[in-house]
Ligand binder design. Structure first.
Ligand SMILES: Nc1ncnc2c1ncn2[C@@H]1O[C@H](COP(=O)(O)OP(=O)(O)OP(=O)(O)O)[C@@H](O)[C@H]1O
Ligand SMILES: [Mg+2]
Length: 267
């Protein structure tokens, strides 16, 4: 990309993002810990009261459309730019809308992925929003760096972890990354924290529990809350319906609501 073209894009990002009050990135050190699940349900619950957008920055493995019930959607644009898809009250943009065939992998180097994210931030008609939730791919690679550096007014990052030592180690790395690039850390969520046995009611600590809270204390960031393992997370994700819209009154829904309130209250 030419220098001038790049500068124009950066200016467009600032202008578009200036219309969005809060920008929250959802990151993790390790894959498969529940970032997309948290992003989708956070966006859908905020959308009950606020104007909300959800940006999927996972270019090589975009999962947001499937979990939002938008997997059949294709890209639509007009003279003013790209029109975001919308479902459950949330405006959504994802690489998946550009793919002809969802099973063909996107093989792109980091800088190209970064440029596409800038385009998603600048050329999508988000309009005036209260919240933009940004779902990131795992780790602290180019996508996370692009988001942290190109959104100077970013509200902060929510870090998702699971309770195993290896995930916790990676989540501390994600905290250090955020601090290094000057992105405020809103706090850590411990996902997949214990499972209530449907037969005996006893709690099974499959991956352990409490590690997220200890890790948060160690690296001096807030602990936002725990989310249990629950088969409903999988079924709601697979069916494209947020559990926060379909079943907000369950234990899972109540735990998640407390997390949402901490995030919006603690900014
Ligand atoms: N609390 C939970 N209980 C049960 N299943 C869960 C829970 N959280 C997430 N899952 C399931 O785990 C899988 C991974 O979750 P998800 O896709 O949200 O993780 P991710 O961190 O976004 O992954 P990736 O790093 O690949 O982007 C999904 O199938 C999801 O349904
Ligand atoms: Mg994901």
């Amino acid at each position: 990309m030419e220098n001038q073209e790049y500068e124009e894009m950066v200016a467009n990002v600032s202008e578009a993002m200036g219309k969005i009050k809060n920008k929250i990135a959802v990151i993790s050190g390790k894959g498969g810990v529940g970032k997309t699940t948290v992003s989708v349900n956070l966006a859908c619950s905020l959308a009950k009261k606020f104007k909300v957008g959800l940006l999927d920055t996972d270019i090589t493995g975009p999962n947001v459309p499937k979990m939002m019930g938008l997997d059949k959607r294709k890209l639509i644009s007009n003279g003013d730019g790209i029109i975001p898809a919308e479902n459950q009250g949330v405006k959504v943009m994802s690489m998946a809308f550009l793919l002809e065939d969802k099973d063909t992998p996107v093989v792109w180097r980091g800088p190209l992925r970064g440029n596409l994210i800038l385009q998603f931030l600048s050329d999508v008609q988000w309009g005036d929003l209260d919240y933009l939730i940004i779902d990131l791919p795992p780790g602290t690679g180019d996508e996370a760096l692009t988001v942290a550096q190109m959104l100077p007014g970013i509200t902060g990052a929510v870090i998702v972890t699971t309770p195993q030592d290896v995930a916790l180690m990676d989540s501390r790395k994600a905290v250090n990354f955020s601090k290094k690039v000057g992105m405020p850390v809103l706090g850590i969520i411990e996902n997949m924290s214990g499972l209530d046995c449907p037969h005996c009611g006893n709690n099974i600590n499959l991956f352990g529990s409490g590690g997220g809270e200890r890790a948060a204390k160690e690296v001096d960031v807030p602990f936002i809350g725990r989310l249990p393992l629950d088969p409903e997370v999988v079924s709601s994700g697979d069916s494209g319906k947020s559990f926060m819209i379909e079943n907000p009154k369950t234990d899972l829904g109540t735990s998640f609501q407390q997390i949402v309130e901490k995030i919006i209250g603690g900014e």
